[in-house]
Write a protein that binds this ligand. Structure first.
Ligand code: SF4
Length: 348
């Protein structure tokens, strides 16, 4: 396909075929995802925030549980932050939950519970960027605004046969958008990128728009991907047993920390005093691969934290890594295999 400015009548013709072929495919092949069964802006908003940097399979279970806890924006707005973080536990990137909570308060208190209906209005809320605003406005309210996420960007670059700059991608997405079904079109573009036009080895033979695609495969690489950093990190597993059963000592991250502020985790161990680790595991966050070493320790004098049981840990806003360590130590749930099933995005 040619890019929008090369020949407008020709582009319009091709764009029309592209829309109808893509939507025909989406009508019959769209995955049955829980948030697609509703046009409720609250549900669509929750799903869009959860899906940021998180795989669909990992979101589904948390989506149902979060909505069970907070079925309306009013319930979410009235909840304590610690409850919201606990409801988010396992999804990671907790800043999203804090922003979601702040936006819910604004909607409930300043807008009398009424949701914004346009992308421009959604952009005024905390935690809402250009993509999310357009996704909610197009899916829930039918506003003809295009979305660009990683999947859409890849599809468009391949279809147009060109590594366009970001702003040009947004323009191309807007030019291709179906104004009659903008929400479905946006979801269809993302779906095509997620299940057919994959980053590696796209399934071009089964692609709904293969006849309109310039690349019909991966574009040549232009740069070397960023290398993962490697870091060691050391934690103390401090346990005691009393009438409540086994308890573990946890500490709270500073409320002004850049990452996971206010979340609970295990105390860090001082390596020179630590001896041999009782176990090690791997954990990855964005571009860093951590080797996590866990030591059995006694409670240091003056330690500032609290003792919790395994069942309390389930309801707390633990960091993903703390949760993973407690599962590995069989204090929380059962085994790393359970964790792999429940939180596949946390497992490396
Ligand atoms: S033909 Fe291949 S490269 Fe082009 S959009 Fe379809 S899957 Fe992607």
């Amino acid at each position: 396909m040619k890019s929008p400015e090369t020949s407008v009548p020709q582009f319009d013709l091709i764009a029309s075929s592209f829309r109808s072929q893509l939507l025909f495919w989406y009508n019959t092949h769209a995955r049955d995802l829980p948030w697609r069964r509703s046009r409720d802006p609250y549900r669509i908003w929750i799903s869009e925030i959860m899906l940021q940097q998180t795989r669909v399979a990992a979101v589904i279970e948390h989506y149902h549980e979060f909505l069970r806890r907070f079925p309306t924006v009013q319930k979410l707005a009235a909840a304590r932050e610690s409850s919201v973080l606990a409801g988010w536990s396992g999804l990671g990137y907790y800043r999203r939950a804090r922003m979601l909570h702040a936006a819910a308060k604004l909607i409930a208190r300043r807008r009398d519970g009424k949701f914004p209906t346009t992308a421009a209005e959604w952009l005024d809320l905390p935690g809402i960027g250009r993509y999310t605003a357009a996704a909610i406005a197009s899916i829930a309210f039918g506003e003809p605004v295009a979305v660009v996420d990683g999947n859409v960007e890849r599809v468009l670059q391949r279809v147009l046969g060109n590594r366009l700059a970001k702003e040009r991608i947004w323009q191309a997405a807007g030019a291709l958008l179906d104004p009659n079904r903008p929400g479905d079109f946006n979801q269809a573009m993302m779906e095509l990128g997620a299940v057919v036009c994959a980053p590696r080895a796209p399934a071009c033979l089964t692609c709904a728009v293969v006849n309109l695609c310039a690349a019909r495969g991966e574009l040549p690489a232009t740069s070397v991907p960023a290398r993962q950093q490697k870091r060691d990190i050391h934690y103390a597993l401090i346990c005691r047993r009393n009438h409540k059963g086994q308890e573990v000592f946890v500490v709270q991250r500073p409320r002004n920390a850049c990452l996971m502020a206010g979340m609970w985790e295990l105390p860090q161990a001082i390596v020179r005093e630590a001896g041999e680790p009782v176990f090690t595991l791997k954990h990855s966050i964005t571009t860093t691969d951590y080797s996590v070493m866990v030591y059995r320790k006694g409670l240091p004098a003056g330690a500032d934290g609290k003792w919790i049981t395994g069942s309390q840990a389930r309801r707390m806003a633990l960091t993903g890594l703390a949760r993973k360590i407690l599962i590995h130590a069989s204090i929380l749930w059962g085994s790393p295999e359970d964790d792999a099933a429940r939180f596949p995005h946390l497992i490396v």
